[in-house]
Design a binder for this molecule. Structure first.
Ligand code: PRP
Ligand code: URA
Length: 208
């Protein structure tokens, strides 16, 4: 598994702004979507291309197109929705597969409550989006679900990762590459990433 911590200055700047205590819901939402867009750009660097001939105004011309079935974005509810719009800005024709998981605050285990996948996942690149990779439980469960649905090519896009979560994902799904804006220090005793962002879902949705 490769872990890509994106060093682009725009990513470094925006992830820093996102950490500010007291950040408004509107600002948190805007930055999350912008970072989703930038991470998607990086994650799509190795998509396969094919040559096709089209009618150009000046006659036939050979161009390049992304090969194969449409990509599937996979937001993990709720917080993954905050990144999805940014990814859709870059890939407007993407298909969307949704996973609903809620992390139990006591056990830190993900509890599934929704799953709706697009068809032909075996022929699609899946891009899972979730701002936080903490224990890794939610990401592992989502990859499990996608694999059960036949998906064979999966990448994970996150804003902040804990080293513990990366190691856990790596141990179970070593072929899943991660694209992230930051690898932080550690998890605290409540399973929150330090320094992290706090509760990303609450900040995006204005709950609590
Ligand atoms: C958060 C976050 C991830 C998960 C990460 O979601 O968005 O999905 O926790 O933690 P893990 O790596 O330890 O599994 P949460 O379950 O709080 O739900 P929400 O997005 O609805 O707020
Ligand atoms: N979920 C969050 O929203 N933040 C964390 O730090 C860990 C899990």
């Amino acid at each position: 598994m490769a872990v890509h911590e994106i060093r682009h200055p725009l990513v470094r700047h925006k992830i820093g702004l996102l950490r500010e205590a007291g950040i408004s819901t509107a600002k948190f939402r805007q930055l999350t979507a912008e970072l989703g867009r930038l991470l998607a750009y990086e994650a799509c660097q190795d998509l396969p291309l094919e040559n096709v001939t089209i009618d150009c105004w000046s006659g036939p011309v050979e161009i390049q197109q992304i090969k194969g079935k449409k990509i599937s974005i996979v937001p993990i509810l709720r917080a993954g929705l905050g990144m999805m719009d940014g990814v859709l800005d870059l890939i407007p024709s993407a298909r969307i597969s949704v996973v609903g998981l809620s992390r139990n605050e006591e056990t830190l285990q993900p509890e599934p409550y929704f799953e709706k996948f697009v068809g032909q996942l075996d022929e699609r690149q899946a891009l899972i989006v979730d701002p936080m990779l903490a224990t890794g439980g939610s990401m592992i469960a989502t990859v499990d679900m996608l694999k059960r649905a036949g998906c064979r090519s999966i990448k994970a896009l996150t804003l902040v990762c804990a080293p513990e979560g990366i190691a856990a994902l790596q141990a179970v799904h070593p072929e899943v590459d991660i694209y992230t804006a930051a690898i932080d220090s550690h998890l605290n005793e409540h399973g929150y990433i330090i320094p992290g962002l706090g509760d990303a879902g609450d900040k995006l949705f204005g709950t609590k």
